[in-house]
Ligand binder design. Structure first.
Ligand code: HXC
Ligand code: NAP
Length: 282
């Protein structure tokens, strides 16, 4: 098997997640797909879950070709009952859950004063409610084994804020607080809970909703000190590292992966000398 074909997995030893059962919400597209590919390549049984079976097909087809252990289920993460049934089914079919990646999200740009109640609820439901329902139901399965790793996906605007996405920023801030709360609550019972906060990375879902044309995309890129978006497999590589035994002492942490995009911009031009008037000229 050519490991270089799965860039996100090439930094960890083969078999890192052998015999582990991983659930990835929204695992059929974007970042979720890259994380799922990496976990499967490193030995995990990977269960992806989201609303659309169509989104699951590429991962299932690749898994069949490569001999990965992969499964997919449809569910809506906004429905507590559907999440509970999924968690019960995974335990019934695979005996346990070792890893949960709560990656599912919804987002779009809308001025706050025009955001309808349904629009607010749609995003809060997927991001904040969904992360809690998954944490609770899959958490119960992990607590029964006194072992488990959870990874939540937030965004740097969880603490900086961001005009135009008040629903997503508010929900991600809640998920960040949830990450730290559950990490502290469950650390003594064998669970680790972390988060990552990416800046913009390449994904069709985000592009369609947030940077629908090249002009907007270029303007965002200009605001990133590294002057480019991340690729989804660069972000996935950090997810895999945080979930691996290399991070066994890391919990309640949020790793920022944004090319310094959320740091303050300088007042002066970096690399140039700031000329001061000489004393005689003052
Ligand atoms: C204003 C909108 C809207 C828009 C939907 N709504 N899109 N309002 N502007 N662009 C409103 C609808 O009019 C409706 O309100 C309510 O939201 C629910 O819409 P539905 O289409 O019925 O919702 P649903 O089918 O459940 O779809 C959920 C969704 C959709 C969130 C709206 O975009 C989705 O499925 N997204 C998943 C993919 C995604 O968004 N990926 C991006 C992730 S990137 P009314 O009042 O009319 O009933 C990310 C972070 C990026 O999260 C960070 C970058 C730094
Ligand atoms: P994406 O490809 O659009 O992924 C979103 C996934 O969520 C889809 O697979 C979708 O699958 C699933 N989903 C949406 N609503 C759902 C629901 N109600 N129930 C179950 N699943 C649902 O987006 P992405 O860009 O890879 O984003 C992945 C994660 O990174 C998200 O948490 C996002 O907020 C975060 N993030 C992204 C960026 C970025 O620049 N791309 C930056 C910072 C943070 P279905 O349609 O099949 O349901």
């Amino acid at each position: 098997m050519d490991l270089s074909a799965i860039p996100s997995s090439r930094w960890l030893p083969a078999g890192t997640f052998q015999d582990q059962v991983a659930v990835v919400t929204g695992g059929g597209t974007g970042l979720g797909l890259e994380v799922s590919r990496g976990l499967a390549q490193l030995g995990a049984t990977v269960v992806i879950a989201s609303r659309s079976a169509e989104h699951h097909a590429p991962f299932l087809e690749e898994a069949a070709e490569r001999g990965w252990k992969a499964h997919a289920h449809t569910f809506d993460v906004r429905e507590d009952r559907e999440v509970r049934l999924l968690a019960e089914r995974v335990v019934e079919e695979h005996g346990k859950v070792d890893i949960l990646v709560h990656n599912a999200a919804g987002n779009f740009v809308c001025p706050s004063e025009r955001l309808s109640k349904n629009a607010w609820r749609a995003v809060l439901g997927i991001v904040l409610d969904g992360t809690f329902y998954c944490s609770k139901h899959f958490g119960r399965a992990m607590l029964a084994e006194e072992s488990g790793v959870m990874l939540n996906i937030v965004a740097t605007y969880a603490w900086t804020g961001m005009p135009g996405v008040v629903h997503s920023a508010s929900a991600k801030a809640g998920v960040l607080a949830m990450t730290k709360t559950l990490a502290a609550e469950w650390a003594g019972r064998g669970l680790r809970v972390n988060a990552i906060a990416p800046g913009p990375f390449e994904s069709r879902g985000a592009a369609a909703n947030l940077w629908p044309n090249d002009e907007i995309r270029a303007a965002i890129e200009q605001q990133i000190p590294l002057r480019r978006f991340a690729s989804s497999d660069e972000v996935a590589a950090q997810c895999l590292h945080l979930m691996s035994p290399a991070s066994d002492y890391v919990t309640g942490e949020c790793l920022t992966i944004d090319g310094a995009g959320s740091l303050p911009q300088p007042f002066w031009n970096p690399g140039t000398r700031v000329e001061r008037p000489r004393p005689s000229e003052r």
